[in-house]
Write a protein that binds this ligand. Sequence first.
Ligand code: MF3
Ligand code: CO
Ligand code: CO
Length: 281
Amino acid sequence: MILNIGKKAKPVNETHRGRMTRDGIRIHEKADFAGMHKAGELAARILDELAEHVFPGQTTGEIDRMIEEKVDAAGALSATIGYKGYQHASCISVNHVVCHGIPGDKVLKDGDILNIDVTVIVDGWYGDTSRMYVAGKLSRKAERLIQVTHDALFKGIEAVKPGNTFGDIGHAIQTYVESHRMSVVRDFCGHGLGRVFHAPPNVLHYGRTGTGPVLEEGMFFTIEPMVNLGRPETKVLADDWTAVTRDKSLSAQFEHSVGVTADGVEIFTLSPAGKFHPTWG
Ligand code: MF3
Ligand code: CO
Ligand code: CO
């Protein structure tokens, strides 16, 4: 989501069960984890099934059409269709596109890397996840970027447990990425979710340990670091959605939806087929 620090957090739907923290972060009940797992698993299965449809000559619009069909076939809803006027079942962000790439006539060429981001609604619960794919042959530098981005997400996930802070998550991601001389995008962040798409808090992918809200059992949120080979700055194109790196450097992203448990974390959007990385697909 677009980072908007300083904007007052909108209260989310008050009809939900569970309580809310002072920071406006919903604390879900144990029974709610099952709903998130069901939604997350569908989103992850759809990403699994896309691997064979990404190849040179394919269009991003055709991939999106297949996603819409799969969401429909599962009896679920796409969270992105109709969201703030967005009209597609996915965001597909190719090469220097950081996020929110709009699927369309763009034809993939050999060596293109792309993030496909899918959010589904199952029984009212939101499952939001994205991965990287490659059309044709993966270059060494793109492979390095994708590996570091993937591993950075897991450094963040490893920092999720009650008592740690959101700053600990951001710090873990940032230090890992910067140790590889790559940069973390600051202009977009992860977000709380559950029975809503985007809720407090803003989950920053950079920061200092011990800062930010304290993690509590029952919090649900995404971690979705965007990593650039060059500088971190982005700009949004005239279509008002597509975010690109200002220096045109390659960008990658992975996203999981997670829940805080009594002693750590559960990932809702793990691949049912054990796929998560292009080189494993
Ligand atoms: N799935 C994106 C996220 O991770 C949000 C996409 S909103 C859209 O938060 F409207 F661009 F689809
Ligand atoms: Co998200
Ligand atoms: Co997403």
